[in-house]
Design a protein around this ligand. Structure first.
Ligand code: ITT
Length: 199
């Protein structure tokens, strides 16, 4: 089965491919289909994931999967949340976003640096699918005082995972996929897809 993945983020593409391709899904990035990026005008992860999936399904005629995700920091009352990819500005890269986060938490003690990653993953059979599959995962951790690790993407070098004793950028990709917000959401999505398809 072919499915278009509505993301321009290579880190997400890598993780989602690793999880879905062994199940026999051919995951095709929307860039291969010339899909223009959807405008993320929603105010929630669910809204934005649906906007992206619908845009990709409409332009390709294929079933579509989208991931909308972000980092919620307790000391920042849940920010940057849905604005995580543009925390330091519209065209900010990961380094700029990480620098802004470090700055925002300067002087905040370890016990007040709690945070979580959240991912909402949506599957649409077609652009007008009235019953999208929606799955969500949350991964608790805290924001480290200094960056470490080179795996993953985005805020991974700053996201300390207590049960592993390191940042998510220090985890091997298989371990991150097993534990992460995205991994959890995709495992649920797969279970729902199996149900829907009756096997
Ligand atoms: P697409 O919309 O094209 O999928 P995007 O990067 O703009 O790509 P989002 O709007 O969902 O996607 O923003 C998600 C941001 O949250 C992402 O850019 C990272 O900064 C952060 N993020 C999400 N999951 C992450 C992860 O597993 N590791 C590190 N950072 C993550």
């Amino acid at each position: 089965r072919r499915v278009v993945l509505a993301t321009g983020n290579p880190g997400k593409l890598r993780e989602i491919r690793t999880l879905l391709e062994p199940l026999g899904l051919a995951v095709e990035p929307q860039s291969e289909h010339g899909v223009p990026e959807a405008e993320e005008t929603g105010l929630t992860f669910v809204e934005n994931a649906i906007l992206k999936a619908r845009n990709a399904a409409r332009h390709t005629g294929l079933p579509a999967i989208a991931d909308d995700s972000g980092l919620e920091v307790e000391a920042l009352r849940g920010q940057p949340g849905i604005y995580s990819s543009r925390y330091a500005g519209t065209d900010a890269d990961d380094a700029a976003n990480n620098a802004r986060l470090m700055e925002a938490l300067q002087g905040v003690p370890p016990e007040q640096r709690g945070a979580r990653f959240r991912a909402v993953v949506v599957y649409l059979e077609h652009a007008d699918d009235p019953a999208p599959i929606i799955a969500e995962g949350v991964w608790p951790g805290r924001i480290a005082e200094q960056a470490s690790g080179a795996e993953g993407f985005g805020y991974d070098p700053l996201f300390f995972v207590p049960e592993e004793g390191c940042t998510s950028a220090e985890l091997d990709p298989a371990t991150k996929n097993r534990l992460s917000h995205r991994g959890q959401a995709l495992q649920q999505l797969v279970a729902s897809l199996r149900n829907r398809m009756g096997h």
